[in-house]
Write a protein that binds this ligand. Structure first.
Ligand code: ZN
Length: 241
């Protein structure tokens, strides 16, 4: 089985379309790690597409905020403005769908969680080596896929010692090792690469491959500006940060 694992689409329909085109023929199923909405100008279109295409979806902090499950005080002013903008544009059915997504899911020998497996509802960031290594006791599967930081990379633990790769570097699953994999962001990359990011997990070949996909950044930016969302949210797509 080949799974496309993607996260943090953030209402960026142009990036999502490019990723769904790219994974055609490369993946058999889609897994989504949350933050489908927020920041971008096309939240309902992204919800519809992923509700139809994704085999499993877990909730992100933006889903919880839009659904009224997370206080806006948690967010910086740009993110808070995007949450309010998004909430006003989704109907009751879409908001209820967001609020009903689970915090975690298991697919084969992988855990799916938006932020951290330690306390998923606290939305902690896994950034440095110790953050990741400290999270392995909190899930029982061999793999754990995360998003949230919008920074691709991975952590690994095994008898030959701990490992941390803070970049999008492909790897093969080694016997006796466990992995936490940040798949990066489809709709708002922050690693200075403007292309949409996702991962292909091949369970037969036992490999993890990062994909980067060019998309219509100018189109996504123009829609954000025209929609009345903060201009900063458009500008950051142009630098990937
Ligand atoms: Zn996010």
């Amino acid at each position: 089985m080949r799974y496309a694992v993607l996260s943090d689409v953030h209402g960026n329909l142009e990036a999502l379309h490019a990723v769904l085109d790219d994974l055609e023929g490369r993946a058999d199923a889609v897994l989504c790690l949350g933050d489908v909405v927020g920041y971008g100008a096309s939240p309902s279109e992204c919800i519809e597409l992923l509700a139809a295409r994704a085999e499993r979806i877990v909730a992100g902090n933006h889903e919880h905020a839009v659904a009224g499950l997370l206080d806006l005080g948690w967010f910086n002013p740009y993110a808070g403005a995007a949450v309010e903008w998004t909430r006003a544009r989704l109907d009751r059915e879409a908001r209820a769908w967001l609020g009903a997504l689970p915090l975690t899911a298991e697919v084969e020998d992988a855990t799916l969680v938006h932020a951290s497996p330690v306390r998923p509802e606290e939305w902690d960031y896994l950034i440095d080596a110790e953050d990741g290594w400290g999270a392995f006791a909190s899930f029982g599967t061999r793999l754990c896929f995360v998003g949230h930081s919008h920074l691709p990379g991975w952590w690994s633990l095994g008898s030959s010692g701990p490992d941390h790769e803070p970049r999008a570097v492909d790897f093969a699953l080694e016997h006796g090792r466990r992995y936490i994999v940040n798949v990066g962001s489809v709709g708002q990359p922050r690693d200075r690469d403007t292309r949409a990011a996702y991962v292909v997990w091949n369970t037969e070949e036992r490999t993890l491959s990062y994909r980067r996909v060019p998309y219509d950044v100018a189109g996504a930016r123009a829609k954000i500006v025209a929609s009345g969302l903060p201009r900063y949210l458009a500008d950051r797509l142009g630098v990937g940060a």
